[in-house]
Design a protein around this ligand. Structure first.
Ligand SMILES: [Mg+2]
Length: 368
């Protein structure tokens, strides 16, 4: 059993719904798709798609460029030996976790097809079959935010993430208050600034909203700033952008900084690394989600698969970009949201998707 060929594709996933963050708005990210073919003809798919050039210290052209080194390095190796493959990728190229993640996810999908098991089974098995999801309300006016929050709750969404930051905090506070007024019992509210506030601003907003039940997601840019906010905040702190690797995550759990994590599969380098982080979070009773910042059915299926393996009480669920770009690679099995939950794709072993040959057009590059 050996990896015979790696094909790389690029496909646009244009935002059709407002998606404004503190640093940038999502326009038309080009997702990188990898298709790995083994010596017996099985195909596995992986994906990495960065939401905008400003959201993280990586970009989509960089993902594709990293594959010029990573893909040739894994040709000829056993696709089911995920630890070996990750060691090979780490020896070949420092950093570039997103390109590594695309290949790692494809090998999990491929392994599932080889063993005739789902990725969920290979990750240890499902502890929940309906995975809760949350919906993002982009930065806008208080009226827009409240209208969106109302609409989402009417659709069954019980977790709302309101974006904030990048503007005077009085405007953020007004939006938070407007949303809080329409929040129904049982709905969870998180305020995500994507690193957008200073420590002073975060503390001021928390103080001004101390009567509102909410959590603050990545209110500031650095771990030390988060630590400072944590000591003075009236609200729990959820860490997203600073959760770059298991060392940082372990440190923030040990320091008592993180009340939860919003984890991105591609930032961590794939499902293999995320499995280790999942085990750390579950054993330290730290809530986490299994997300990515953008992307299509493949990364969504990977997130939902990981999400299914979380202990329900510690699950912050999985997030899909589908409601914003409304694109499916697999119209039948692509993960979709119903009443605020996502179910596992049922299209067969691996990630449960059926990707038709030619779905992404001609490959940009074929490595063999
Ligand atoms: Mg976030």
């Amino acid at each position: 059993m050996a990896i015979k060929e790696v094909r790389v594709y690029s496909t646009p996933l244009a935002a059709k719904h407002l998606y404004n963050m503190s640093s940038s708005a999502v326009t038309t990210p080009y997702s990188t798709i990898v298709e790995i073919i083994d010596s017996s003809g099985h195909r596995g798919y992986g994906e990495a798609c960065l939401a905008s050039p400003q959201y993280q210290p990586a970009h989509n052209d960089g993902v594709r460029n990293s594959l010029t080194i990573l893909a040739p390095a894994i040709i000829g190796h056993d696709p089911t030996q995920l630890s070996v493959l990750n060691a090979i990728m780490n020896s070949a190229l420092d950093g570039h976790s997103e390109g590594k993640a695309a290949l790692d996810i494809a090998c999990w999908d491929l392994s599932g097809k080889i063993f005739n098991r789902s990725v969920v089974d290979l990750l240890g098995g499902a502890l929940q079959h309906n995975i809760i999801t949350y919906h993002v309300v982009g930065i806008g006016t208080p009226e827009y935010a409240a209208t969106e929050a109302t609409r989402l709750q009417n659709e069954g969404i019980t977790r709302i993430q309101l974006k904030a930051g990048g503007r005077p905090i009085q405007e953020d506070i007004a939006s938070i208050r407007a949303v809080a007024e329409v929040i129904q019992p049982g709905t969870d509210l998180a305020i995500d600034t994507n690193r957008g506030w200073t420590t002073a601003e975060a503390i001021q907003v928390s103080s001004a909203c101390r009567d509102i039940t909410l959590s603050l997601e990545q209110p500031c840019a650095t771990e030390s700033e988060l630590s400072s906010v944590k000591q003075q905040s009236h609200h729990p702190i959820v860490v997203d952008e600073n959760s770059t690797d298991i060392g940082a995550i372990a440190r923030m759990i040990a320091n008592g900084l993180a009340d939860g994590f919003g984890l991105k599969i591609t930032r961590l380098g794939g499902l293999t690394n995320m499995r280790a982080v999942r085990d750390l979070c579950m054993q330290t009773r730290t809530p986490m989600s299994a997300d990515d910042a953008w992307g299509g059915d493949i990364i969504a299926a990977a997130g939902v698969a990981m999400g299914a393996t979380l202990q329900p009480q510690l699950s912050r669920g999985a997030w899909l970009a589908h409601p914003y770009h409304q694109t499916h690679y697999d119209e039948h099995n692509g993960p979709r949201i119903e009443n605020g939950y996502v179910t596992l794709p049922q299209g067969g072993p691996g990630l449960g998707l059926v990707i038709e040959e030619g779905r992404f057009g001609e490959p940009l590059t074929i490595y063999k």
